[in-house]
Write a protein that binds this ligand. Structure first.
Ligand SMILES: Nc1ncnc2c1ncn2[C@@H]1O[C@H](COP(=O)(O)OP(=O)(O)OP(=O)(O)O)[C@@H](O)[C@H]1O
Ligand SMILES: [Mg+2]
Length: 176
């Protein structure tokens, strides 16, 4: 099934956020707080769900994805390279397949379709950095937007449709 239509998008560094309601917000004072949030998100997310990670360069998107993937693999030392150049890294885990994508350098959205992202969406757990590089039509996705504050802490904001089942789980993960 074709779930998204590739379109040309602006390539500046300002994230284009979908027009979804804010579900929750949380301060992340240091890397440990980001790790703890990632662990709670890992427990809340299920196979077939998509978490988009937005925010400027260095906001902490890969940090969250890495901790989340390690929670799913059950290996704290799992190498999780940033997929900046490969676009996609996949992981077989006891909880199911995980796709980690970074679309920052995506030249043509067709590339991702060729890599099989369309099939992975809705089947694997998909963690997608720089989602605004692709079509804005991300079905059933939630978006965690990370913002670096003046004091170098991070602020996390969860966006998504509040009438879908993952909303309550993910909101709880941010609130705990
Ligand atoms: N809550 C936090 N407080 C302070 N520093 C943090 C926090 N979370 C992550 N960092 C640090 O921010 C830096 C950048 O993180 P990361 O590489 O995950 O950014 P990114 O958003 O993936 O950037 P890019 O868009 O370039 O891939 C890392 O050094 C990481 O340790
Ligand atoms: Mg990154």
């Amino acid at each position: 099934m074709t779930r998204s239509t590739p379109v040309s998008l602006p390539t500046d560094d300002v994230p284009v956020l979908p027009n979804w309601p804010v579900l929750a917000q949380r301060a992340l004072p240091d890397e440990n707080a980001s790790d703890a949030l990632a662990a709670r998100l890992a427990a809340a997310l299920q196979p077939g769900e998509t978490l988009l990670l937005s925010g400027a360069l260095g906001a902490g998107k890969t940090h969250i994805a890495r901790a989340l993937i390690r929670a799913w693999t059950g290996r704290a030392d799992e190498p999780v390279p940033s997929p900046t150049f490969t676009l996609v890294q996949t992981y077989d885990t006891p909880k199911g397949e995980v796709w980690h994508a970074d679309l920052y350098r995506l030249a043509d959205p067709q590339e991702l379709l060729e890599l099989g992202l369309d099939d992975a969406l809705g089947a694997a757990l998909c963690l997608i950095e720089w989602p605004d590089r692709m079509a804005p039509d991300w079905p059933d996705a939630y978006l965690l937007h990370l913002e670096r504050q003046a004091d170098d802490t991070r602020q996390a904001t969860l966006y998504g449709r509040d009438d879908q089942p993952p909303a309550a789980r993910l909101t709880k993960a941010l609130s705990e």
